[in-house]
Design a protein around this ligand. Structure first.
Ligand SMILES: [Zn+2]
Length: 371
């Protein structure tokens, strides 16, 4: 019995050992007495006699002893001892800090995909969205997050600033930053703060999405469709509405904001790569000319914006229209290169520009009756 239990528990080991004849104890086959030569009819009778008698197994239980079995047993015990025993059934059971560390290495698009995996994953990510997004942004988009800020939701703006922001005088003055664009849905002053800094922040995030949308055309060197002046084709309205919805969502969702920055890093890296391959018509690629920001293949693959910290051209020129997309290599606004310190200087820390602009608008545009 003991031997049979042993066999079932270590069947694999034993089967392996059976081929090892040197260390194996030979098993004597059970001998049945049978004449060396027997006539066929007698053989039949003899077998019938066997069937009528109860069969008694007289085989003695085998004790398996071999150096190889002992060795394998020991190995198996060691393996079992090494195995870590834990109550953690799913990665969601990991401590909060560890989970956060794991998420910080993901791309924002990966996190969105994870949210679709299960309700439980979705819940954990949603509950910790701000800290997950912040750790991803610090790791991957530190520079871009300083160049592209999120406009403020009007609901988060102090109530006493609203009369000035929503005044006809201020909105008329803003018209130049809203109406003529074919690549940006005009900011809605009833939903978003329209201080100057927030308007520019709104425009830039929408431009990121529009520029990203046309990368396929630029990659294939296909001209972008022209929208005649004053016309508003439905496909363009739909596209702008879609982008505006994403930017509106990003005002509330830091992960959506991180996703927009991911898109822009991808656009920038791909454009730098494309520019290093393609030159003006007829011009051959000059291998000695380095890529913009000296971007390396490893940096391209890493998905972080670290290379944008090296010296390169400033982006003082806003992208007023889609025609600008053909020539822009890296759109990284709101910073200037300090030659003495050999580093980029970023404009005031957000939300200071928003606060200062808001105070400026309130001072000049608050209707007298409300003041
Ligand atoms: Zn603002």
């Amino acid at each position: 019995m003991a031997a049979s239990a042993y066999r079932s528990a270590h069947q694999d080991l034993v089967e392996e050992v059976t081929s090892d004849t040197d260390s194996w104890i030979p098993v004597q086959p059970h001998k049945t007495e049978r004449p060396k030569r027997m006539k066929p009819e007698l053989m039949y009778q003899d077998d019938a006699t066997f069937e009528s008698e109860p069969l008694v197994d007289t085989t003695a239980a085998l004790t398996l002893r071999s150096k190889k079995i002992a060795r394998l047993q020991k190995k198996s015990q060691k393996k079992e001892a090494k195995r870590v025993h834990s109550d953690i059934k799913s990665f969601l059971d990991l401590p909060h800090e560890l989970l956060q560390e794991v998420f910080s290495f993901l791309q924002p698009s990966d996190v969105f995909n994870l949210m679709r995996v299960s309700q439980a994953t979705n819940q954990v990510i949603s509950e910790n969205e701000a800290s997950i997004a912040q750790s991803i942004i610090s790791r991957r988009y530190w520079i871009l997050s300083r160049c592209f800020r999120r406009p403020f939701d009007l609901a988060d703006v102090a109530k006493d600033a609203l009369p000035a922001l929503l005044s006809r005088q201020w909105q008329d003055r803003l018209r130049i930053h809203k109406n003529p664009y074919q690549h940006i849905k005009p900011i809605d002053p009833t939903m978003v703060c329209t201080c100057m800094s927030c308007v520019l922040a709104w425009n830039n995030l929408n431009i990121i999405l529009d520029l990203g949308h046309w990368q396929g055309n630029l990659e294939r060197r296909e001209p972008l469709p022209i929208v005649p002046r004053g016309k508003r084709p439905e496909w363009n309205e739909d596209l702008l509405r879609k982008h505006a919805e994403i930017v509106s969502k990003a005002m509330r969702s830091p992960l959506t904001y991180a996703r927009i920055l991911q898109i822009h890093l991808q656009t920038t890296s791909q454009t730098i790569l494309r520019s290093s391959r393609w030159r003006k018509k007829g011009e051959k690629v000059n291998p000695s000319r380095p890529r913009l920001y000296h971007m390396t293949d490893a940096e391209l693959a890493s998905g972080t914006d670290e290379y944008l910290g090296r010296s390169g051209p400033p982006s003082y020129q806003p992208l007023f229209m889609r025609d600008n997309y053909y020539s822009v290599e890296a759109f990284v606004p709101n910073r200037k290169w300090d030659k003495e310190q050999q580093r980029w200087m970023y404009y005031s820390n957000w939300p200071l520009p928003h606060e200062q602009d808001l105070a400026w608008v309130m001072q000049r545009f608050t209707p007298q009756a409300a003041a």
